[in-house]
Design a protein around this ligand. Structure first.
Ligand SMILES: [Zn+2]
Length: 415
């Protein structure tokens, strides 16, 4: 039997363990914000890896840096779990990274979000897709690799706070800052975010989140000419963007597929608006928050300029506050790990889809700050089944994505 066949057969043998492990992880709530249950999760997942013979360590963000790196955490701990395993012979180091935090539950669930319920070939729960499935796949893919034979070193990192972004953060961002993940100690890095068993993620869009306030002048609502109406000023600004900027954004289309596929364009969304005090006062302030997503090739500064220019053109008084910005991330299709992933997906009988993510993810820290361009996103869950009511993964996808990951490892870590 070839090593590839051995790896595939091993994942099939480990199928029940894979499902049970994902159920165990889903049943440990790790909601973020604010980031509860992190210590319990890290202890349980660490125990699993200890039991498999890994060297595990927990790296906690020091208390003095929590307010800076996790401002939404209210002082709750931010543990990062690192686990390493050496093969029977020396070889390259492959790092497998995944976040263990999950987004809030929200409404309209018909299943227990933390039940890990298995029904009709689907496993339900918050994090079932994004991305406790990725963490379970990492563990079982390595077990399959061990059965088939390997060389080199595997490192897993299970990190908090991916979902709450941040220019810096207490998870992957902090591990990179500390040199715990670096170009010097990592030959290839795979993030097991939910891109689907045929999705090969080579980057993600950039993002700018912020707040724009238009200023006016209060007056009695019966005498609007004595004031300056900030809400009406904001309305003119938004209308101007619709006329001028949106058509330009619609014309900008990613040269790679984007997951989800509806997000192939450059985008801008205004997501909150507040203004005015009462119906008899001309409002002196109106504030919107926005979410701008940039394609690879769109610089942050140019995006800021084209967003803000109409405010001056319209003669508005305004101010601007940015809460998050990250440039787009893109690695080459020629990177060895990307090539290995494409071969693995084909071996599964699927056509690889080279994708970038519409959102941002921790690959930004890996590429821009650690300089690890030999990195990609490959994980079993589906983006479209993430962050929704009744989030789930099909057992078929879970097994297939784990096989894909095991094949990538077998390729990179041959004896
Ligand atoms: Zn995720």
């Amino acid at each position: 039997m070839s090593r590839e066949d051995a790896v595939l057969a091993a994942v099939d043998e480990l199928r029940d363990d894979l499902v049970a492990l994902l159920q165990q992880l889903v049943r440990l709530p790790t909601l973020n914000p604010p980031g509860d249950g992190y210590e319990e999760f890290v202890a349980a997942f660490g125990a699993v890896l200890d039991g498999l013979g890994y060297d595990t360590t927990v790296h906690r963000v020091p208390a003095g840096r929590l307010d800076e790196l996790a401002p939404h955490a209210g002082g709750r701990p931010r543990p990062n779990l690192l686990a390493s395993l050496d093969g029977p012979a020396p070889g390259p180091t492959v790092h497998l990274n995944g976040h263990y935090d999950v987004v809030p539950v929200g409404n309209d669930w018909t299943r227990d979000p933390f039940g890990g319920e298995l029904d009709g070939g689907r496993l339900y729960g918050r994090g079932a897709a994004d991305m406790k499935s990725g963490l379970a796949a990492q563990v079982i893919a390595v077990e399959a690799l061990r059965r088939a034979g390997w060389a080199g070193r595997i490192v897993h990192s299970a990190v908090p706070d991916e979902e709450t972004v941040g220019v810096d953060n207490a998870g992957t961002g902090w591990l990179v800052e500390q040199g715990i993940i670096s170009g010097a100690n990592t030959d290839a890095l795979i993030i097991t975010e939910p891109f689907g068993p045929d999705g090969v993620g080579i980057g993600h869009k950039g993002a700018i989140w912020g707040e724009i306030t238009v200023h006016g002048k209060q007056a009695h609502g019966s005498s609007p000419r004595l004031g300056v109406n900030a809400i009406e000023g904001m309305a003119r600004y938004l209308a101007r963007l619709d006329e001028q900027l949106r058509p330009l954004l619609d014309e900008r289309i990613s040269e790679y597929g984007v997951t989800p596929k509806e997000s192939i364009h450059s985008t801008l969304s205004f997501d909150t608006i507040t203004g005015g005090a009462a119906t008899n006062i001309v409002p002196d302030r109106c504030t919107v928050t926005f979410n701008r997503r940039l394609l690879p090739g769109e610089p942050l500064d140019a995006a800021r300029k084209e967003l803000l220019a109409p405010l001056d053109e319209l003669g508005l008084r305004w101010d601007y506050r940015e809460t998050y910005a990250t440039e787009p991330t893109l690695v080459s299709e020629d990177e060895p790990v990307v090539q290995a992933a494409c071969r693995a997906v084909r071996r599964l009988g699927l056509e690889p889809k080279i994708l970038i993510s519409a959102g941002s993810d921790d690959q930004r820290f890996v590429v821009h700050r650690a300089g690890i361009t030999n990195s990609l996103v490959y994980g079993p869950g589906q983006t479209g089944l993430s962050h929704i009511s009744d989030e789930h993964i099909t057992v078929d996808d879970l097994v297939l994505g784990t096989k894909g990951l095991a094949l990538i490892l077998a390729d990179l870590l041959a004896p």
